[in-house]
Design a protein. Sequence first.
Length: 95
Amino acid sequence: MLEQRLYLSELFDIYGPLLTDKQQKCLSMHLLEDFSMSEIGEELAVSRQAVYDILHRSEQIMAAYEEKLGLAKRLRLQQQELRSEERRVGKECRS
């Protein structure tokens, strides 16, 4: 559950601007502000079911972007390479 939430947050950081304003608002409230679906529904004046549908559809859209573009995967690989290089340089500096 936590891993899924972190993964969705990562996708939202990358692909969020490609979503509609309503999708962005729902995901932001859900992922970043930890609102429940009922609270989001009240805030946006829609039903809890509508919020669920928006969140689910947004997740599908972002997953499709990731499948086609692979930006999140590429970013993770670059971060791993950077950390590895930082460790290597740190060891050389201490020697």
